[in-house]
Ligand binder design. Structure first.
Ligand code: C2G
Length: 450
């Protein structure tokens, strides 16, 4: 019996897939098909797969040419599968021409002509028109955002709004670089041209812009911190709910695979009961930057608190939290280093943020049977390890964090705008609201103490 194997994502199963499987089966007597898991598809840069793995498995399994279906969940798996299943022939579409020649030492490798004119991404675009995005503000993150946006074909930046475009050098530079992006003279003009908005303006203006966009029926991805008032944050999420729009706070860590796996692992009990979480994010920043001189919301906690509070809110929840603050304060009254000390149901946590003091950018999760140490920069979660009492008993984990990591949040934003659920858990409204409450409390105390 001649055994053939092939692999794919098989999103929105279509004629191209069916014809591939038909021809692959014709190469032998028994056809095994490897279907990529959701995580593996994501790992391979497919951020907007529409069908969950169970749907994709079912579609392949019900194809008459298929004799067996397996999951593909890691690089290199094909080499093992060829040996494991005694494969005679590996077949795949010729868009992969040459990419699997390394298998020739173990089996025959056949590249089959792709069926022209059909693909999952075309079908996705067919079902969903390209998402037109507008950007409000043009700060340092604008270029990084545009670079990361390039990894998602199905979303396009079409217009930029800035309150004073003609006097902004960054706007001039941005528009000369991205000539296809229009300059919207007014917010209303911007909203007329787009389906969704990325708010990347200074922190203090987020609330106003997000509210205006939601009232105009636009989906919103807003840079952290979403806003610095619990009431305003609650109002914005309620408004998003009423207007049927997506509202997401852009804290890139929350959407990256490594961090998601870290939190799941920590919650699974591998280190016993979690009793302490210590997070730290410091970046020595020159004094002439907005982080120091913004009249309303300068300072370390406002700048980095969205990151350092995230693992604590993820692990302890947002219901039963008490907190206090310790700061090293600059003569201007701005906090150059702040520790938020938290307690929840007898468990401890500290979130350290620093613009003017340097510390280790690591994350430590401490439990009754061991601890998890996440290497700096933990907010771009790649490597971490589980340690136990026996110093020799260490487990290491490594995940990729691609580029600047914004592609993850953009992919999730697009996925949710398309009405798909299942990724909301990555950053809950309650977590955004609680972070706003803590930072609001800090700013209130600072204003009182001035
Ligand atoms: N295919 C085709 N014609 C099309 C579209 C896809 O012949 N119009 C083939 C592809 O060449 C591939 C298979 O159908 O052999 C599955 O396509 P995808 O679901 O897009 O999978 P892909 O991303 O190519 O994943 O590690 C290998 C990957 O798992 C293959």
């Amino acid at each position: 019996m001649k055994k053939v194997i092939t692999y794919g994502v098989f999103d929105m199963f279509h004629e191209g897939h069916r014809r591939l499987l038909e021809r692959a089966k014709a190469l032998g007597d028994y056809l095994i098909v490897g279907v990529a898991t959701d995580q593996y598809a994501y790992h391979r840069g497919k951020y907007c797969v529409v069908d969950p793995v169970e749907t994709r498995l079912q579609n392949v399994r019900s194809c008459p040419y298929v004799d067996a279906v397996i999951l593909e969940d890691r690089d290199g798996q094909k080499v093992e599968d060829v040996a494991k299943y005694g494969i005679d022939t590996f077949a795949i579409g010729d868009d992969w021409y040459g990419k699997f020649d390394f298998l020739r030492s173990a089996c025959e490798v056949v590249y089959l002509p792709r069926t022209p004119g059909i693909s999952s991404s075309l079908l996705r675009e067919g079902r969903y028109p390209e998402l037109r995005m507008g950007m409000i503000g043009c700060g340092r993150i604008a270029d990084r955002f545009m670079h990361e946006l390039g990894y998602l074909r199905e979303i396009q930046m079409v217009s930029l709004y800035h309150p004073s475009p003609d006097s902004s050098e960054s706007v001039r530079r941005f528009l000369s670089r991205y000539t296809y992006v229009a300059k919207a003279r007014t917010l209303e003009k911007l909203f007329d041209q787009v389906d969704a908005v990325y708010v990347a303006s200074p922190h203090g203006s987020h609330y106003g812009y997000v509210k205006a966009a939601l009232e105009a029926g636009k989906h919103v991805l807003c840079e952290k911190p979403l806003c610095l008032s619990a009431r305003q944050a609650e109002e914005l999420f309620a408004l998003a709910e009423q207007s049927g729009c997506v509202l997401m706070e852009a804290i890139k860590t929350a959407y990256c695979p490594g961090f998601l796996n870290l939190i799941s692992l920590a919650k699974s009990g591998v280190i016993g009961d979690i009793c302490d979480v210590e997070s730290c994010f410091t970046r020595l920043t020159p004094k002439n930057r907005r982080e120091w001189d913004d009249p309303d919301c300068a300072g370390s906690l406002v700048e980095f608190g969205s990151y350092t509070l995230l693992p604590i809110l993820k692990l302890y929840g947002t219901e039963d939290l008490r907190w206090s603050f310790q700061s090293v304060t600059d003569p201007s009254g701005v906090d150059s280093y702040t520790k938020v000390l938290l307690e929840s149901g007898g468990r401890l946590a500290s979130a350290k943020c620093g613009l003017g003091v340097k510390s280790m950018g690591e994350l430590l999760i401490c439990g009754t049977r061991g601890f998890i140490h996440v290497d700096a920069p933990w907010w771009k979660t790649t490597t971490f390890s589980i340690h136990r009492e026996d110093p020799a008993d260490v487990q290491h984990f490594a995940y990729e964090f691609l580029g600047d990591g914004l592609r993850y949040e953009i992919g999730d934003f697009l996925y949710r705008v398309r009405g798909y659920a299942g990724r909301d858990h990555k950053l809950l409204p309650s977590e955004s609201i609680k972070a706003a409450e803590i930072m609001e409390d800090f700013l209130r105390r600072r204003a009182r103490d001035r």
